[in-house]
Design a binder for this molecule. Sequence first.
Ligand SMILES: [Zn+2]
Length: 620
Amino acid sequence: MIMRIQLCCTLFFILFHLSFRANDTYRYSVNLTTVTNDKLQVTLFTPDLTEQQITFCFPSMVPGTYSVYDFGRFISNLKAFDKNGQPLATTQSDVNTYNITNATQLAKITYDVDDTWDTSSKDNIVFEPGGTNIESNKVFGINTHGFFGYFKNHLRQKFELEFTKPEGFYPSTGLSNIKIQTQKDVITAPNYFDLVDSPILYCQPDTITIEVANTKVLVSAYSPNKKISAAFIASTLKQLLFAQRDYLGGELPVDKYAFLFSFIDKPSLSGATGALEHSYSSFYVLYEMPDTAVLRQTLRDVCAHEFFHIVTPLTIHSKEIGEFDFNKPMMSKHLWLYEGMTEYAAHHAQAKAGLIEIDAFFNVMIEKYQNSLTQYNDTMSFTYMSKNVLNPKIYPQYGNVYEKGALISLCLDVLLRHYSQGNYGTQQLMKDLAKKYGKEKAFNDDDLFTDIEKLTYPEIGVFLKKHVEGNTPLPLGDVLKLVGINLEREHKEMRFTLGGMDVGFNDNTKRLVFLNVSKCDAFGKQFKFKEGDELYKINGTLVEIEQVQNIFANYYKSIKEGDEIWYEVYRPKRKGKYKLKKLNGFAKKVEVVEKNLISLVKGIDEQQKQTLNAWIGYHL
Ligand SMILES: [Zn+2]
């Protein structure tokens, strides 16, 4: 009895002693009010180290980007100091890595961070949603991996970030442990993985919190010209999130989530816009478009995609992702699952919930099919591409994860519905995989297809091995037949056309512009169009952009073979002047070839109807 008390006391004493003495927290400090040359100075009060030599690193890559960005490129002027403020010897072994000697004496590191959004280096531009943005007194896009480094083998220690901020600024983030004060905020992350998983948007707040079932959803927006508000975004996303909840079986898998939007009013350095996913948040960089239906649908599509990443790779992933190495990243074979399935589910969930028309869903999928055939190598094994995506020769195929990757998932979903008499699809498969694996339990890359086959049907194993691992193109036509849809790879028809050239739009003159006139068909050739001709009238009817669809529809209806046709075009001359030209020819049908048209098969049978209905909720 006495022994036990003594033991307890000793243990208590040791614990007390340890917690009192050991400093194992990274304490970072950044003053957002002092931006110098577009840079911020970062100070790190280091945790106690027992190594004589220590390596301090910035990530070369972060999860979700599938690109090596070398964030150390944006760090300069790094210095290390001991407890007396004396400098310690520091050498840089590569762009991301610093070696510090006498590390047991190390107390402080300081360095400057340049942002990635407007860096002068045009090499290897960081995709903005994964980058950093410093705009004094306006906005700070703090993707934490671009600001904060770590000591090698010390990634599991606590990180405390103290920000001195401009008046009224607020940090929006998916992290929970935040202390907000008037001039300083302190944000804590339990380890480096969670820190990197949590971007921070610092600006004058425009935020709104909505409740979706069991989940608190924060929407935070920085809109430079105040064109887009958090309230507008929240109203757009609410229905979508309910649809996603239903898609996932009635509950969202997180109790809180943050959508962070940093809108831009000029082109991004990378030329791209988009978003990057995290476990409890996603960070968006999109153009500040006026409130239109296009913006609403863009928001829905991109947010649905990022939010569904909660399922994969954030819950279901292989060891390469689960034990992510920030400096020597290993790629997984299964980008079709992480990006393709996510992209497919983003559209499929909207179609199933009736947020988009079935036709719109098919248009998106067929466009993906076209893109996968015309812009990428259709006979490259998808698992090979994925595993080797960091190889510069393979990297150009990466974009196919959003095209063919989504179609692999579509095929898998329809096949599962077919073999299960409608009872089982990719929604259930993802649930079963999440149960089998999980956030903390990664799968082996090589086992995934076998595991899926065990959960489903031998035919599914054959499909995955032949069309995802193998190099046989997807059997999209055969798969769509199972839901009563006919895919016509090439459709030829004689019909009237405008002339076969490409058509653009001149925003100044508000007129359609004829481009690539060398492509004109036999009808178009008669008019001898010149490159840049701007369409004014057709058969005497003024072609107004707002009415363009009706005007052409009426025109096609009104003409017959051999009729005289008049085009009036403004032909560009020097110094921005135009000359009006009246050109004539005769109506003539030409052969038009269209690719990948879909239609319902005639005499669709009961099984096809059942699979179609189970797959997408469409009743015939
Ligand atoms: Zn994605």
